[in-house]
Design a protein around this ligand. Sequence first.
Ligand SMILES: Cc1ncc(COP(=O)(O)O)c(C=O)c1O
Length: 392
Amino acid sequence: MKFNFDERIDRTGRGQAKWEPEILERLFGDRDLLSFWVADMDFRVAPPIREALVEAVEHGCMGYTSLDKSFYDAYINWQKRRNGWEPSVDWFRYTPGVVPAINLLLLSITEEGDEVLIQRPVYYPFTDSIVKQKRVVVSSALINEGGKYTIDFEDFEKKAASPKCKAFVMSNPHNPVGRVFTEEELRKIGEICNKHGVFVISDEIHSDLIAKGHKHVVYASLGKEFEQNCAICHAPSKTFNLAGLQLSCILIPNEEARAKFDAIQNRYSITSPNYFAPVAAKAAWNKGEEWLEACYDYMYENYKYIVDFCAAHWDGKVIVSPLEGTYLAWLDFRAIESDPEKLLNMVRKEGKVALDEGYIFGPEGAGFERINLACPKSLIVELMDRLAKFVK
Ligand SMILES: Cc1ncc(COP(=O)(O)O)c(C=O)c1O
């Protein structure tokens, strides 16, 4: 194997949120947990990224940094090559993260008291951001049929049609349910949003992490009318394990929306990235594809291990949602234990593992667990053994 994803790397002593005992204690009340919660990887970054960063350290001048043509070229080529989408450089805005960008977009596109649509169970910072910005959360819950999630278009349109509904924050690929929305689904969503004047904030942070047989469609690539009513949020952070470098790519094709975003961004002086972020991002997009493909194949094998394990345990009653994209597995334990408190107790107190509990993604997630697959297989084996022992 060209890349060693099996190595168990000690990540402690470096302030890394996923594994630092002090942080686990603060968040989960226990220093000694096997960790599968926050969505970053237990793998070293791709060799070309490490090499580029070492070169940047050795060069040694770490002053103010701004994004240049070589950065934009690398980004646009990546989108062109992977998704057949060619954004204009003018649309590009830097933010330190996608969650900050969602907050800035909410501030620029909507007003206090406006309704903002989401699809629960969904990445919980969507709810937090909407609430923090004093907007109103409206959820059009996804329909779950035996672990496979679909959109309730009738309900979605009813909610989008409210005169107070001004934006829709979409996770595509969807965290935590693992759906990659099809072009047909995206068009239907987009037609509803365009008809009712609902701006689409398309969070595509997981869009480079797609299982075989599925295809990511950039929302803005659907056509002019879709492009002009959306913002695309993307980043190299999930894809290449660069979350600690804090660089996200926000594409706002509509001039007026962009001007409003700029006004808010300038108000808070969020303008230039850190010295290392563009170095790493360029190396990732220009030279990281081979590593990414191998890494996704490896993580998908972890997913298959969990699927097979669940089929062989708990009388096959634990349902694993099909993984179309992301590196997050979504497991339905309700047939074993429907009380989320009791489930949490079995998983964390007895099993000593840190997972993302399903209920944090909304009430529809109660009785579910989300497992981060981006780790050596031996850890997944240990996790599933512990779950089988303690979740009864
Ligand atoms: C859907 C989604 N959006 C955004 C983020 C994180 O964004 P950032 O760390 O860039 O703020 C995550 C991380 O898990 C995510 O799953």
